[in-house]
Design a protein around this ligand. Sequence first.
Ligand SMILES: *Cc1c(COP(=O)(O)O)cnc(C)c1O
Length: 354
Amino acid sequence: MTPTLRLNLEKIRENTRNIARRCVKSGIHLAGVTKGLCGSPEAAFAMVEGGCGSLCDSRARNIRRLKDAGVAVPLYLLRIPMLSELEEVLDLADGTLISMIETLEHLEFLCGQHRREFQILLMVDLGDLREGIWPDEVERFAEALLRCRWVHCVGVGANFGCFGGVLPTPQNMACLVAVKRKLESLFSSPLQFTSGGGTSSLQLLEEGAMPPEVNHLRVGEAILLGCDVTRNRCIPWLHRDAVRFEAEIIELRRKPSVPIGTIGADAFGNTPVFRDRGLRLRAILAAGRQDVTPEGLLPIQEGAHILGASSDHLLLDVEEMIPVPKLGDVLSFEMSYGAMLAASTSPYVSKRFE
Ligand SMILES: *Cc1c(COP(=O)(O)O)cnc(C)c1O
């Protein structure tokens, strides 16, 4: 069996439903983020059935997959677009995030040519230092937006925990709300959405600390993995095993826990360190760094521990597994977002649904 990403669509649906329920209570539109699974249409349908009112993906190519599969909700490009892909994005998506005036102007020009209306969500940088205008650029951006006839600004949005690891708080959310109010006064018309981030913002909802003006969230990790990496927590009311990684045992042998000989560097230039635990039962799985990020895997079966990995081999200590595993057995792992991304995009990993 090739390494496999096993997706439990029912659990993805349930995770979405549980998040959507909390969002609805606070008047929040839930946008599902599909980039973690390369815009998988199956996962997308589960998100829509679970209550996502729209879907977002960072790649035009993934949005094309969603559109071709007949996903019925509005589709948004999540990464601010390249100038060179605007024409394609216009053809595929209902809207995009944006942060550059030049991109806006080029988009407006193309929309005019095609006589096509298009939505943008203006990204504001609240300190995480990835994309977004600086709050004091609002006037200049508003002027550019007022010159647009085909492009409509539907709201403002912010990111947290993407580059700087900045956490969402009532204070920085208030800053986003202030930018939105400023824009509304410059436009003399209300904006539909204040998009307060992704998974890491769910905790504010749970604590009742979300400012009432925030009415849109773009959630991926919590739906697919039930975790919040930015806050380093598992979300107790969500499934953590909706997406699992699986690989097959190709060698099973008792070996010393410390290598024999003079230690240089491993295949990736790191000098490994070992603790002598005597002879241990070790399994080699047919998966490696070409398939997944081993550091982001957590064995589901009790008694299995990851020792390391090279390009094509994943090494586990299975001394304490009960029952003792056999050659050809398949072991399963919960995954981090990074590991899921790596597995999703590896041509060696197949996706299976249950
Ligand atoms: C990936 C991404 C999200 C989703 O974040 P999660 O932590 O997976 O919920 C939201 N917004 C933007 C701009 C993103 O790039």
